[in-house]
Write a protein that binds this ligand. Structure first.
Ligand code: KG4
Ligand code: ZN
Length: 333
């Protein structure tokens, strides 16, 4: 009956969760609004704010879960991948907390945790399944054979899908993170108003760096004729951009499903909150006979509940790390 405290601090969310025997009983997320006007996360600012948020977030999570720290059985934390300074705050806190309370430490890979968020609630995917993991830093198609037996079968060669959303938003003068705002405008626009090229990338890989440049030139050319182009057509621009990114993502996912003869299909990560991606995937569920798994909104973007569920399964397997553990900006499965 383990009770696990979990810490997530890989980017700009300080999050703390409690998992009581496989059930999430608290998931506190302290968002950082300080980055809004910079068009992206400023690493130095992110680590400072984590430092301020982490102790109150832990106290709040324990209060919500109605758990005393003496009742805990383990401390799980994000070891990587992520921003080094941000990770350092969470890893150092987890190590000190575990040392003080003589608790085992559980290291969690952030990208695996996004996928394992599917094991928080029902329905849970059946192994093996394919997961399209789309976030601000990663875009991967992962063949998930077991909780911690995962193989990346395709990934982006440059920018992530979340970056394509965020950089487009910056060009449109929308604040960071731009993904949710593009999604909001897209709901009012025509997805077929403008066309953008689909990059021809080999196998199951992606590329989004050319996309940003295409948008930049597209806006520049239209603004030459109409300086108010963005303001007048923001909904159609957002709907078309979103439609294009979703198509690119799903075309490779369809290819992967065929190649691996797999009909158990999941999405995970911040971009899995996108309404266009969610509805396009549901449409494929019917046309291709897939079993589709879409996370609850609160488990799409960064959260410690996913770290807690991953930590719980590692606890059951007796997989712990020592005090010498250090954060890793890059971390493989
Ligand atoms: O997983 P996440 O919270 O952090 C990373 O691990 O990177 O993902 C953040 C990314 C950002 O790029 C953000 O713009 C994007 O997820 N995002 C969205 C939506 N909500 C968040 N992108 C498109 N549509 C959304 N509704
Ligand atoms: Zn993430």
């Amino acid at each position: 009956m383990p009770i696990i405290l979990a810490i997530e601090s890989s980017c700009d969310e300080t999050s703390v969760a409690v998992c009581d025997n496989g059930k999430i009983t608290a998931n506190v997320i302290a968002n950082q609004t300080i980055h809004e006007n910079y068009g992206g996360v400023i690493p130095e600012l992110a680590s400072r704010v984590h430092q301020q948020n982490i102790v109150p977030a832990v106290q709040q999570a324990l209060t919500i879960a109605k758990v005393d720290k003496k009742q805990l059985d383990g401390v799980a934390f994000t070891q990587g991948p992520g921003l080094l300074g941000s990770l350092l705050v969470g890893v150092s806190f987890a190590k000190s907390f575990a040392l003080a309370l003589d608790l085992p430490l559980i290291s969690v890979n952030h990208m695996q945790a996004h996928i394992l968020a599917h094991f928080i609630d029902e329905p849970k995917p059946k192994f093996p399944f394919l997961c399209l993991t789309v976030s601000g830093g990663h875009t991967q198609i992962v063949l998930v054979k077991d909780y911690f037996d995962m193989e990346i079968v395709g990934e982006t060669l440059d920018d992530a899908a979340g970056e394509a959303f965020d950089k487009t938003a910056k060009i449109l003068s929308l604040p960071y993170p731009g993904g949710p705002l593009i999604d909001k405008h897209a709901k009012e626009g025509n997805p077929l108003a403008y066309r953008f090229p689909e990059p021809q990338i080999k196998e199951l890989n992606y590329s989004f760096s050319g996309f940003k440049t295409a948008i930049l030139y597209f806006i520049r050319d239209h603004q030459k004729e109409n300086p108010d182009f963005i303001a007048e057509h923001i909904n159609d621009i957002c709907a078309s951009v979103q439609h294009n990114i979703v198509n690119i993502l799903l075309n490779k996912l369809k290819k992967a499903a065929k190649q691996y003869h797999c009909k158990e299909i999941a999405i995970a990560g911040g971009v899995s909150a996108n309404s266009g991606l969610r509805s396009a995937l549901l449409a494929l569920k019917d046309s291709l006979g897939w079993n589709v798994y879409i996370p609850k909104f609160e488990y799409c973007t960064d959260n410690a509940a996913m770290i807690a569920i991953a930590g719980y399964h590692k606890f059951l397997q007796g997989e712990f790390v020592g005090q010498e553990v250090a954060p890793m900006a890059r971390m493989n499965f």
